[in-house]
Design a protein around this ligand. Structure first.
Ligand code: ADP
Length: 370
């Protein structure tokens, strides 16, 4: 059979079978077809199966490798986030996640860092408040201890050595009275200040002419200024300046500024109180040509109980914190400029958005609010 099919025409031959014509090649009477045994197909199927299994295993291995790589890509930034948050939980608030990845995970990292920034700022603020509260309590107890100790001493003296001396008794009673008034003043103002700062103090607001408030604030200080030979020069606009205010409190704030201006002025000095009212704001300046404030003291003078270091003038250190709280409660701001040896200017400003319009402000009659 091999000999018969030795030279078969190419088109009669395939890989699996050979077909040979019987008789004339041009018009054969039949064909003989010789095929590979059935094993051939089976082999082919086996080969195919093998190839499929190999491809399947390859695909599975690839899928596993890709899955591992992908899960590692997602898990490692999350692990890093978890490690950062564990460090933060341990008190290290300055650490930040460094994910070095984009997309949603990167955005998550950015958000985490933003949250950490806010948290750190809030905790810093709370710590500052806690420190200032501690300072405040220490200062307040020190301030209250002084008059209480004085009262205790007067009491002992009145019961002992001064019991039979009417002049000494009178003197100690008078001193006791001064200390009691000081105690009452400090406690009342401290309470007011705390309420004002917490927004719990209800201001008794009404419409007033600020010019009148300034004039009535200055009246009690005229004698004091005269005694020191200090001239008080008050410059007010021609028209009334309408403002909605708690009059006694605003008078107290302006009074505190005038009191300081007199206290810290040298003899024969000058104090100027200038009120300006324009389209943008109302500005009240209290200027003196006194000893001024040292740059070291300047940032602290509005703190409760803070007193400048270089003078020995009486005071509680509460005056300016009252000014600040009152002015801010009235929607204004207060700032200070001072040159040691030359003088000091306190500036109270009420910006227009916190006020009625300029026209309305000017159309109040002089006796408004009285
Ligand atoms: P007190 O006057 O009772 O000490 P204040 O709160 O009114 O407390 O003032 C705080 C500090 O600010 C003062 O102790 C003083 O050092 C400084 N100060 C305030 N006003 C003036 C001023 N006009 N000139 C110089 N120093 C001033």
């Amino acid at each position: 059979l091999k000999a018969i099919i030795n030279v078969p025409p190419a088109h009669y031959r395939s890989k699996a079978s050979v077909t040979y014509p019987i008789g004339d090649h041009e018009s054969p009477i039949g064909f003989v077809r010789l095929s590979e045994p059935i094993d051939f197909g089976t082999n082919l199927l086996d080969q195919l199966k093998q190839a499929l299994i190999t491809a399947g295993i390859g695909a599975v291995i690839l899928a596993i490798i890709f899955g591992l790589w992908n899960s590692n890509r997602i898990a490692s930034p999350i692990k890093s986030l978890a490690a950062t948050s564990a460090q933060m939980e341990g008190g290290k608030l300055s650490v930040r996640a460094n994910l070095k990845t984009g997309g949603e995970i990167g955005a998550l990292g950015d958000q985490f860092n933003q949250m950490a920034d806010n948290l750190q700022a809030t905790i810093k603020q709370l710590e500052d408040e806690r420190d200032s509260l501690r300072r405040f309590i220490a200062d307040a107890s020190h301030e209250l201890r002084t008059p209480i100790t004085a009262l205790k001493n007067f009491n002992t003296l009145l019961q002992g050595p001064a019991a039979s001396d009417p002049d000494a008794q009178n003197e100690f009673l008078l001193e006791s009275q001064i200390q009691i008034e000081r105690l009452a003043w400090i406690t009342a103002n401290l309470l007011d200040l705390s309420r004002m700062d917490a927004g719990l103090l209800e201001l008794d607001l009404a419409e007033h002419d600020l010019c009148e408030i300034i004039e009535s604030s200055a009246t009690p200080f005229e004698t004091l200024a005269d005694e020191k030979g200090i001239s008080m020069n008050i410059q007010l606009p021609e028209n009334p300046v309408k403002i909605t205010a708690d009059r006694p409190r605003l008078e107290m704030a302006i009074g505190n500024l005038l009191d300081n201006a007199i206290k810290f002025s040298t003899e024969n000095g000058e104090i100027r109180v200038i009120l300006e009212n324009d389209q943008e704001c109302i500005t009240l300046k209290v200027c003196d040509i006194g000893q001024g404030i040292s740059p070291d003291d300047l940032p602290n003078i509005f703190e409760r109980f803070y007193r400048g270091r270089v003078h020995n003038v009486e005071g509680s250190g509460l005056g300016l914190s009252i000014v600040k709280s009152v002015v801010e409660a009235h929607g204004g701001t207060v700032d200070v400029e001072s040159i040691p040896g030359e003088g000091t200017t306190f500036r109270l400003v009420w910006e227009c958005p916190n006020l009625d319009s300029y026209e309305k402000r000017n159309h109040v009659t002089r006796d408004a609010g009285n």
